[in-house]
Design a protein around this ligand. Structure first.
Ligand SMILES: Nc1ncnc2c1ncn2[C@@H]1O[C@H](COP(=O)(O)OP(=O)(O)O)[C@@H](O)[C@H]1O
Length: 903
């Protein structure tokens, strides 16, 4: 297994490296491409320039021709001028005495801007007046020539510059070619990497299937272990029977001897004769029994041998297989059940006085830290007897390791899924699992109810250890059982009390609940004390275990169980468990001391004590299950008489929103569902809807007909009249309605039974009045909308579970609903948080308006509704962040206590 995990890790590393290389290659490619584009731009510019230069060169060539022509012309004109000046000289000899104006006017400065066309009308070039335009034209031509020359020069320069540019372009082209080569090399490298990546992905998937197979095999081994245990028991029984048979054989021998003696007197006495016959019959009977019993023993032995053989074979093959595939599973990957089982085993040894408290603590911490050596020791000891196993384990202890986290013990009356009435059970399991995942040592103490779901408890066994606890002036023994639930170590207390406190077929609702749970609270503390445990936090819940807080500080801290801080969570202030003050004495609490206004005395009745108030006063940390509810209970309307106490202790009181167990509530792996589905593949939701309609006999004519549901305890808190109204409103709006609920209140149960009979075999309504875990999963998955019209709601889990399964909540804005459901049409809430439909007033109009909006949204656009479904499925309602808040509260409280001890 270690190899496998090593391979997985390598493959994962390779994937990461490949991804990084891929990203780098893509970046390089990107920069090359942009460089290439820039170069291409430059080439384009240069090409344009080249074309321009070509054109200019052509023009220049034409100009040159023109210049040459002009030069010829100029040459001709010069010749002409020379001839003229010769003639002029001759003539000047004739006119030499005249003051001739030309002498003056001939000065070039006067003709500098004369143009050739000025003399074009002159008939005779030899005419004296004609020479002036001629000269000016020559001058102009010269000027033109000069300017053409300079232009020519600059063109030559341009051409030279362009040639240089051209050279540059050529070298750029060469660079482009190199870059293109580089690009193609990178692309092929990239392809290479991609194929390697897909190869390693395949490897990873193979490895994960191997891992699953391994887990499967592990489970088989455990099953076989159970089989072996059974077979061992059978063998023990067989040995017992064998002993009995031997005794019988002895008796038979004796009888035979007597028979011999009797034979002597056979003839002499008829009585003896009869006796003899009787004896023979008896012998026959005994022989038959012996034979039967021998056969039985033989069959037992055979069965045992077969089971042992089967176990041995499977074990060998598993060993081989596991040696081949996964020699050593990394310790972190072992299931949480394994560690919890190991922990309970060590505790069991300690409680049965087979190891010392110190050894138990040190071994416990090794388990807590999930150390490889203790895991290896377990593997080695699997086939050893208990004594050898203990000595192997104790041999591991060298030096005391330091604790990696907090040691938290929950004392509670419920734990999902084995003993669940409502949200409390979910919270105990969900919070404990999340804390365990964060590295804390978490243990749970529960009453051992007769009505628990025992098939969900693993490795349940009674310890050879009993805890004696005080009640009503006497000491009573308690049998201690251990087992794991959802991978958590759990202690079950079975009071050996004549009142059979937890053999009542139900969790609550008994006339003596106050007695039952005050007894349990004390027995739980007694267990911690006698087991020598030193928890950092003792976390108690609701009134049933609220007694723990005063019991701890008044009785158990003085006895030495003083390492802990007490955390109390109230899941619902409606249930306070008040009782006449005198009843408190049963569990050993001092009535005189505690029935005081500042301690446990009920705020509205001075004759009664209030366990919740006691826990608020005596705990170090007090929490409730949502921030809004924490505010509400501090008001006179919401506090159920405890608002003054809560305000007095407000510094230690906080509301933390519950999470849900996202492993247990996961549509992608939920085995109760017809089809598993997820936010990225919601098609399965429609299949679950169709399957549930078929199962419940509802009409399936229109797959788009909206399905509204409600799963709840039917108590006034849940807005029973609004649930009823929702059912009728759903029908009016053309939807279908399913209710799963039951009521501990007789008249409500009756009322709903009446509605059930009214809607028997109805096409669009189904009411199921019972508690049904698996059906609840299927309803969450099938529904389009989910209603929670509570009058008050401390936290509420159903809205979160519904969203996890893509059912859109329609909820009243109160307590935890106000902290978790945000209206789709509420502009004041950021868009990403909007997830359902809410209403403020707890009346039919309020509910109807939210209902109508929900139906409108559903009917108007299937696509938008689908997006909403996907969005709510992706919201995080896990315990992660809530557990972190508890962790912080615990740590701060422990740190404060340690600091106080130091000073
Ligand atoms: N009849 C029922 N069948 C199955 N599960 C139920 C039933 N009634 C309630 N539940 C479950 O009980 C839990 C209710 O928790 P929550 O909303 O906090 O309400 P409360 O704790 O007040 O009952 C949810 O997990 C819900 O699915």
């Amino acid at each position: 297994m270690e190899d496998l995990v090593g391979m997985i890790r390598n493959a994962e590393k390779n994937i990461v490296l490949l991804d990084q290389a891929r990203v780098r290659a893509l970046n390089d490619l990107g920069s090359i491409m942009s460089e290439k584009e820039a170069l291409q731009g430059e080439i384009n510019v240069l090409e344009m320039k080249l074309v321009e230069t070509d054109a200019r060169m052509k023009v220049a060539a034409q100009e040159k021709l023109h210049v040459e022509l002009l030069e010829d012309q100029l040459e001709k004109l010069k010749d002409e001028l020379v001839q003229r000046s010769r003639i002029d000289r001759n003539e000047s000899d004739v006119y030499k005495d005249h003051d001739y104006p030309l002498n003056q006017e001939n000065s070039p400065s006067h003709h500098s801007i004369v143009h050739p066309h000025m003399y074009k009308d002159h008939k005779h070039p030899l005419n004296r007046d004609d020479s002036q335009p001629m000269q000016s034209s020559i001058y102009t031509l010269r000027e033109e020539l000069r300017s053409l020359r300079t232009e020519n020069e600059s063109l030559k320069n341009d051409i030279q510059a362009l040639r240089d540019d051209l050279n540059g372009v050529k070298s750029t082209d060469e660079r482009v070619i190199i870059l293109e080569k580089e690009q193609s090399y990178l692309e092929s490298a990239l392809k290479n990497l991609e194929s390697k990546l897909s190869d390693s992905r395949e490897d990873v998937s193979k490895l994960s299937t191997l891992k699953f197979e391994y887990k499967d095999l592990l489970e088989k081994v455990e099953n076989l272990q159970v089989l072996l245990d059974k077979a061992t028991k059978q063998a023990d029984q067989a040995i017992l029977e064998l002993q009995q048979n031997q005794e019988l054989q002895k008796k038979v021998d004796k009888l035979e001897e007597s028979l011999k003696e009797a034979n002597i007197y056979k003839l002499s006495s008829e009585k003896l004769q009869q006796y003899n016959e009787l004896m023979q019959q008896k012998i026959k009977l005994l022989e038959d029994r012996l034979e039967r019993s021998d056969e039985e023993v033989l069959s037992y032995l055979q069965l045992y041998q077969e089971s042992v053989q089967e176990f041995q074979d499977t074990l060998n093959s598993l060993k081989e297989e596991s040696n081949k595939r996964a020699l050593n599973e990394p310790v972190d990957d072992l299931p949480r059940e394994f560690w919890s089982h190991l922990l309970l085993r060590i505790d069991g040894w300690f409680l049965e006085k087979k190891i010392s408290a110190n050894d138990a603590n040190l071994l416990g911490e090794m388990v807590w830290k999930r150390e490889r050596r203790i895991c290896n020791a377990y593997m080695v000891c699997k086939e050893k007897n208990e004594r050898d196993a203990i000595s192997t384990f104790v041999g591991l202890i060298s030096k005391a390791p330091t604790s990696p986290g907090l040691h938290v013990v929950h004392i509670a009356a419920e734990m999902a899924p084995v003993a669940k009435v409502g949200g409390l059970g979910d919270v105990v399991t969900g919070l404990s699992k999340a804390l365990q995942k964060k590295g804390h040592l978490v243990e749970i103490i529960l009453p051992k109810y007769d009505c628990m779901q025992y098939d969900r408890v693993r490795d349940l066994r009674a310890l050879d250890f009993e805890v004696e606890s005080y009640f009503e002036g006497r000491l009573f023994k308690n049998k201690i059982w251990i087992g794991t639930i959802e991978g958590l170590p759990v202690y079950f207390i079975e009071p050996l009390h004549p009142d059979k406190f937890f053999w009542r077929g139900q969790f609550y609702g008994e006339h003596d609940d106050f007695k039952r749970f005050s007894f349990f609270s004390r027995a739980a503390l007694e267990l911690l004390l006698q087991a020598g445990k030193k928890p950092d936090i003792i976390h108690c819940h609701d009134w049933q275990t609220a007694f723990v807080a005063p019991l701890y500080w008044d009785l158990y801290a003085p006895k030495g169980l003083n390492s802990a801080r007490i955390c109390f969570t109230c899941h619902n202030f409606e249930y306070q468990g008040t009782a006449p003050a005198s009843e408190m004495a049963s569990c050993g609490l001092d009535v005189q001391q505690l029935n005081r206004p500042d301690r446990m005395q009920d705020n509205s009745s001075h004759e009664r004590v209030n366990p919740i108030k006691g826990a608020v006063v005596f705990s170090n940390i007090v929490t409730t299950v949502s921030p809004t509810y924490a505010q509400e209970v501090r008001t006179a309307e919401g506090g159920r008489g405890l608002h003054t106490t809560l305000n007095l202790h407000s510094k230690k009181f906080i509301g933390i929103l519950n999470g849900i167990d996202t492993d247990a509530w996961n549509p992608a792996s939920d085995s109760f569902l017809e089809v598993q589905y997820s936010a990225t593949d919601v098609l399965g939701k429609a299949e679950n809807k169709s399957a549930l309609r078929r199962q419940l006999g509802l009409s399936r004519a229109n797959p788009r007909q909206p399905l509204v549901s409600c799963i709840t305890r039917l108590v006034p808190q849940k807005g029973v009249h609004l649930i009823r109204h929702a059912m009728y409103r759903t029908m009016e709006l053309g939807g279908q309605f399913i209710l799963l609920g039951s009521s501990p209140i007789l008249h409500i149960q009756r009322e709903f039974e009446g509605i059930v009979s009214q809607f028997q075999n109805h096409d669009h309504v189904r009411l199921i009045l019972k508690y049904d875990e698996s059906l609840s999963h299927r309803i969450y998955a099938a529904s389009d909308m989910f209603i929670i019209p509570s009058i008050f709601e401390p936290c509420g889990l159903t809205q979160m579970i519904a969203m996890r399964y893509g059912s859109i909540p329609i909820a009243r804005k109160t307590g935890g609903l106000n902290d978790s459901v945000f209206d789709v049409d509420d502009d004041t809430v950021p868009l990403q948080f909007r997830n359902g439909f809410t209403f403020l007033n707890a009346d039919e109009q309020g509910l109807s308006s939210a209902f109508e909006r929900a139906f409108n949204h559903y009917n108007n656009s299937a696509e938008t509704w689908q997006q909403l479904v996907q969005k709510v499925m992706n919201l995080d309602f896990s315990w992660d962040s809530s557990a972190s808040q508890y962790e912080e509260l615990y740590s701060k409280s422990v740190a404060r206590a340690r600091a106080a001890q130091r000073t």
